[in-house]
Write a protein that binds this ligand. Structure first.
Ligand SMILES: C[S@@+](CC[C@H](N)C(=O)[O-])C[C@H]1O[C@@H](n2cnc3c(N)ncnc32)[C@H](O)[C@@H]1O
Length: 323
């Protein structure tokens, strides 16, 4: 049955569609559901009574865990209020790994602290078997002088030339604000947020499923990184936007043979295990302390542009290989 849904966005209600996905068949499930905040979606409603919303969430959360492989991971993005309920439920059926705090300020609401992060719950289906890769992001630097923001003091010899390991607080990925990057959708996620999730939890050819695909961010990220994907979306207009974006996208987010995530012509996320293979693509100061004041530079020029000449249109049998 998976073949019917593979590498496309299917229009329909995810509760019905998820029934058609076999147990233990998906490597990673990622959900960014409606937040029940009365958002103006094109057709779908976003305002249920509290218990009705939670009962509904419990059904698809259970389905996500059911279809995820024992080696796989379950990610759920939402505001902290709903994640507290989700965690209570998920703790019974999967293994908690992280509450990732994604630093993304919203507007002050009055008489409360200003909400400034979204959470991404990260569960392993089975902790002992979970597939996970450590990831790195670029050092944060002063925009004017180029020096590292963080003071490494006497530990400069231990500096990683590219950047630190990513923690459970993500401050380097910003919400999609510019209209030129936005689709006609009220809550599109940034592509490189999903690329980070996918790099950390999957391998090339794995399957990523998103039951609330919106305009296709998860699917696009998966395709760019040579993964298979399955997307469900209730709204026909969003499903069509997603499909037309996917038709123009290639599996080419690489430097050499290494999958990486780009943002504004720079690498935003790479896997730690890939550094050895990536390092020759950079000019790195021989005295490592100099990384303190000078960013490493890609050898192909000053911009780490996506390598069109490296773009690998994966052989069909690889891209569509099923478990
Ligand atoms: C928060 S948005 C997801 C946005 C998506 N992450 C993106 O970056 O485009 C939630 C989406 O779920 C869709 N939706 C709501 N109820 C659904 C259902 N029962 N089945 C499938 N999709 C649904 C909405 O139309 C909306 O596009």
């Amino acid at each position: 049955m998976i073949e019917n849904y593979l590498n496309k966005i299917t229009q329909g209600d995810c509760l019905a569609l998820l029934h058609n996905i076999p147990d233990n068949s998906i490597d990673v499930t990622f959900a960014d559901p409606p937040f029940n905040l009365n958002k103006k979606y094109h057709t779908t409603k976003d305002k249920l009574a509290l218990q009705e919303y939670l009962d509904w969430c419990q059904i698809w959360l259970g389905e996500m865990v059911r279809i995820t492989k024992p080696t796989g991971s379950i990610f759920v993005h939402n505001i902290p209020k709903w994640l507290t309920f989700y965690a209570t439920f998920l703790n019974e059926i999967a293994d908690f790994k992280h509450w990732i705090s994604w630093d993304a300020p919203s507007s002050p609401m009055g008489k409360t602290l200003q909400p400034s992060h979204y959470g991404i719950l990260f569960y392993a289906k089975v902790a002992k078997e979970n597939k996970f890769y450590e990831i790195r992001y670029q050092h944060k630097r002063c925009r004017k002088c180029g020096y590292l923001h963080k003071d490494y003091g006497g530990k400069k010899m231990a500096l990683h030339p590219f950047g630190p390991l990513v923690s459970d607080v993500w401050t380097d990925i910003h919400r999609v604000k510019h209209n030129k990057y936005r689709d006609e959708h009220p809550c599109q996620l940034p592509l490189h947020l999903l690329e980070r999730v996918i790099l950390m939890s999957t391998d090339e050819g794995d399957i990523v499923l998103d039951p609330f695909a919106g305009t296709g961010t998860t699917a696009l990220a998966a395709k760019r990184l040579g993964r298979n994907f399955i997307g469900f979306e209730l709204d026909e207009q969003y499903q069509q936007i997603a499909e037309s974006k996917l038709a123009q996208e290639k599996a080419d987010s690489k430097i050499g043979q290494v999958w990486v995530s780009f943002f504004l012509e720079k690498v935003a996320t790479m896997r730690n295990v890939d550094w050895e293979e990536l390092a020759p693509h950079y000019i790195i100061p021989t005295a490592i302390q100099q990384v303190d004041q000078t960013a490493i530079v890609a050898r192909n020029g000053h911009k780490e542009v996506r390598q069109v000449e490296n773009s690998v249109n994966l052989p069909q049998e690889r891209l569509f290989a099923l478990p």
